[in-house]
Design a binder for this molecule. Sequence first.
Ligand code: ADP
Ligand code: MG
Length: 474
Amino acid sequence: MATGWGSLLQDEQQLEELARQAVDRALAEGVLLRTLQEPSSSDVVSYAPFTLFPSLVPSALLEQAYAVQMDFNMLVDAVSQNAAFLEQTLSSTIKRDNFTARLFNIYKQVLKEGIAQTVFLGLNRSDYMFQRNADGSPVLKQIEINTISASFGGLASRTPAVHRHVLNVLSKTKEAAKILSNNPSKGLAQGITKAWELYGSANALVLLIAQEKERNIFDQRAIENELLARNIHVIRRRFEDVSEKGSLDQDRRLFMDGQEVAVVYFRDGYMPSQYSVQNWEARLLLERSCAIKCPDIATQLAGTKKVQQELSRMGVLEMLLPGQPETVARLRATFAGLYSLDMGEEGDQAITEALAAPSQFVLKPQREGGGNNLYGEEMVQALEHLKDSEERASYILMEKIEPEPFGNCLLRPGSPVRVVQCISELGIFGVYVRQGKTLVMNKHVGHLLRTKAIEHADGGVAAGVAVLDNPYPV
Ligand code: ADP
Ligand code: MG
């Protein structure tokens, strides 16, 4: 597979001029982040980091990732409705991982009281890398699926114009035209709109849960703007606000500042540091309500790495999606090797293999948001330490995907323009809405390509490692 832009990457002066043009276009298009120094204010903003050139992605893999997205939507939805599966799968993890245990505790409380919510909304993003086969051909392998706060759908709607601009400056108009249009924020808003309509109260609001210190606010605003254009009003509140001013009525309808809430959209609440005692109480209140949570607590649990690992076990997909062998085959084709570390022979075997070939594995705790996984020597040390302790059940092991690197420039405020060796991660946004037992919407709504320098094993855009990109289909 050809991997790059060849001679264009050699002319340093041209790269610098292109970068200046690209950055100005990115700012003009709204590819923005708040700054590290002032994350609560939009007075001073900068561009979100991005690649100078779109990165080459095989069309066949792009199509495969799109084609399997509806299957993943159905799978996540099926897991979220299967209390026995969630309970069994997470039983060893929740003994050792306090965060998952607290989420699970809320889930149990809601189940016990009875689920008031009748409409369910999933906005997820399934992420992949392109594994290099023995014969050099790339294969689509899933890294994970994000069922809560899947981000960058808004900014990804705006980056195609930037890469078209770069190619047009180079008079590469044919190439510019090959950059796919992309509008995940519109599709995500369509999902929220459908859920809001089914809730069926004309004056009810969408409650967006976010922090005050939010650098990625423009990404969220893109969805808010789409909703407002449909005459659906969004209020942004913190968990703290919910605990102070949120309430339920007798029918468990949710009110914020006296206004009824139809949909709760979480852009917060996926890592331990985001929860104080007060915030956990707020989360419980939201979950108990009949408002449509995106995601509800069961769907958040369905996105844990432990669930991902159990899904790869023989027979599990068949159990969750009975009578759908083609769906099962499409899903399984994207699975990398995933290994349980629960106490016992199977876990012992996985640890032995990882210690024998550390470069081929990744050790993952039950965390989201980047920067938590362990690789190489760090993984070895952790495994040696965990080997004989029940704590190991709070982790999973995964086969490490090794894509073929290529050259590109990663543009970041304050960094020099230079060509580095990179790898990409493709995400597909999925949206579904279920009313009772009926799936009334199930679709894919766009993509996100993120690219990072090969020296970083882990981390996304928010973590400061990867940058925004666009697939250039080949
Ligand atoms: P998080 O929930 O923190 O985003 P991920 O599973 O997505 O966790 O891992 C974070 C990053 O680590 C990914 O974006 C990817 O760059 C890298 N990574 C994760 N799993 C693998 C893997 N199996 N092979 C290679 N890189 C991986
Ligand atoms: Mg990730």
